[in-house]
Write a protein that binds this ligand. Structure first.
Ligand code: HEM
Length: 454
């Protein structure tokens, strides 16, 4: 915390709002978080702006240098919202004190333990599963049919995360998926709803979801322990074998919280990235053509991609990175202030949320030419190196940067190359695609596409 004597006396500009409501209905609508509103905040009031939604104060921070302070240089001042002491809220309601939701002290040993298991050399062994599950999905496709690609991408990424992280039976991971959807709705609702949770049944529903999640994970752990198969290399098996410095195994609570975290954080995000990539490709025929040319050259006769192919498919990766720029899958990175502090010469008040919006940063015309145009060449080796630090944040930044970023990019790289090598996808006629932005951004009513064999 900045000592009181050095606090700036200047308050940031405030977006005017309605009495009581503030800007609640502008900030969150039936389509989730409103990026139009966030863009307006920055355009009209600058890079640090205050607004209120109900009783809650928010600051939107949109200058990369200040974002760097929040996420990297002064992490001790800007808390993960779920990690503040007291009653668990937000994602911590469901994920407890996991690597995603814990405060710095409790987070550090967890990150140390899990990080090596998510690095390149370790996840390389999952290549086979990623490609195999992709191929399995394509066996369900009929030439010329219309399919919901969002559902398909969720399905395949769920198979992959279930297999690589927990060696899980895929049919039961669907139960987890459904509970995840409900949980996400509760978390967003809680952010702005003025009505006490017990009144709207939020507490009761959360408790029910939690009981069901705990029971399901306890069952997975019991099965792993009973099988005791040393050949397994999924994350859960490794964590079950892990001992701390005192030779003690990880607690069941630790395992439960982190297994659920990896499951929820680790598939829907990649599923949405792929879904939006396929959407933007369907809207940009010249880019699709360029991608098909690359994929056809490397994956001759539609053979399956291997790990060695990935460096030879740079344009495929550029398409993925540009998708995550134009449609960031995590549209908002929130932090909360435990005490008053200063940022960029402004005084920020305790209890307020500090919001970093990858969407606003990625559409800032000061940093991106024609920000609404889908253009993968922004991520060519030459151009990518010129992107300002903390202006492109699909995976967040600083010590809490996404631990699954290599995993996600490898998975998306494989699946996109595989799909494009075999099928051409076009949006079903008469479809209106609406982004629904909650914790992640998905197409509100699915992504109906016609799949045509190449
Ligand atoms: C394209 C896919 C993905 C995107 C866009 C994404 C995005 C993010 C973002 C923005 C954060 C930072 C949140 C914050 O600072 O508050 C984050 C954290 C995290 N992500 Fe991802 N993620 C993706 C895939 C994955 C995968 C595949 C996994 C696991 C297999 C994963 C696990 C996590 C975890 C555990 C954290 C918390 C890390 C920490 O606090 O130390 N994510 N992710």
């Amino acid at each position: 915390m900045v000592p009181a004597t050095t606090l700036s006396p200047k308050m940031p500009p405030t977006m005017p709002g309605m009495p009581i409501l503030g800007n609640a209905t502008n900030f969150v609508s039936s389509n989730g978080l409103s990026t139009d509103f966030l863009m307006r905040l920055q355009r009209e009031h600058g890079d640090v702006v205050h607004f209120k939604a109900m009783k809650q104060s928010f600051y939107l921070v949109s200058d990369p240098a200040l974002v760097r302070q929040v996420l990297l240089e002064r992490v001790q001042d800007f808390y993960k919202p779920d990690a503040l002491a007291g009653k668990p809220r937000g994602l911590a309601r469901f994920l407890g004190k996991s690597i995603l939701t814990s405060g710095l002290e409790e987070w550090r040993p967890q990150r140390k333990l899990i990080q090596p298991l998510m690095q390149h050399n370790h996840i390389a062994q999952y290549a086979h599963t990623m490609v195999g599950m992709g191929e399995r999905l394509l066996t369900h496709w009929q030439n010329g049919e219309t399919r919901d690609l969002h559902k398909d991408m969720t399905q395949v990424t769920m198979w992959i995360i279930a297999e690589t992280m927990f060696g899980l039976d895929v049919t039961r991971s669907a139960e987890l998926e459904e509970m995840g959807r409900l949980a996400q709705r509760i978390v967003i609702d809680e952010l702005i709803s003025p009505i006490p949770g017990w009144f709207v049944g939020r507490e009761k529903k959360s408790a029910e979801i939690n009981t069901a999640l705990t029971a399901l994970v306890a069952q997975f752990m019991a099965e792993h322990r009973a099988q005791n198969n040393p050949a397994r290399h999924d994350l859960l098996s490794i964590l079950l074998e892990t001992r701390d410095e005192n030779g003690q195994p990880m607690s069941d609570q630790f395992l439960r919280d982190n297994i659920l975290t990896m499951f929820f954080a680790g598939h829907e995000t990649t599923a949405n990235t792929l879904t939006w990539a396929l959407y933007y490709l369907s809207q940009n025929p010249a880019i699709l053509k360029e991608l098909e040319r690359e994929v056809d050259t490397i994956l001759t006769d539609q053979r399956l991609p291997t790990l060695d192919d990935l460096p030879k498919l740079p344009y495929t990766l550029m398409v993925i990175k540009e998708t995550m720029r134009i449609q960031p899958i995590v549209p908002m990175i929130p932090r909360v202030l435990a005490g008053d502090t200063s940022l960029g010469n402004y005084h920020l008040r305790a209890g307020a949320f500090v919001l970093i919006s990858p969407y606003v940063l990625h559409h800032d015309p000061r940093r991106w030419t024609n920000p609404d145009t889908f253009d993968p060449t922004r991520f060519s080796a030459e151009n990518e190196s010129k992107i300002e630090k903390y202006a492109y944040l699909p995976f967040g930044g600083g010590p809490r940067i996404c631990i699954g970023n290599h995993f996600a990019l490898m998975e998306a790289h494989f699946l996109l190359a595989l799909i494009v090598s075999r099928y051409r996808l076009s949006l079903a006629p008469g479809t209106n695609i609406i982004p629904l932005r909650q914790i992640t951004c998905e197409p509100k009513d699915g992504m109906p596409m016609i799949v045509t064999r190449r």
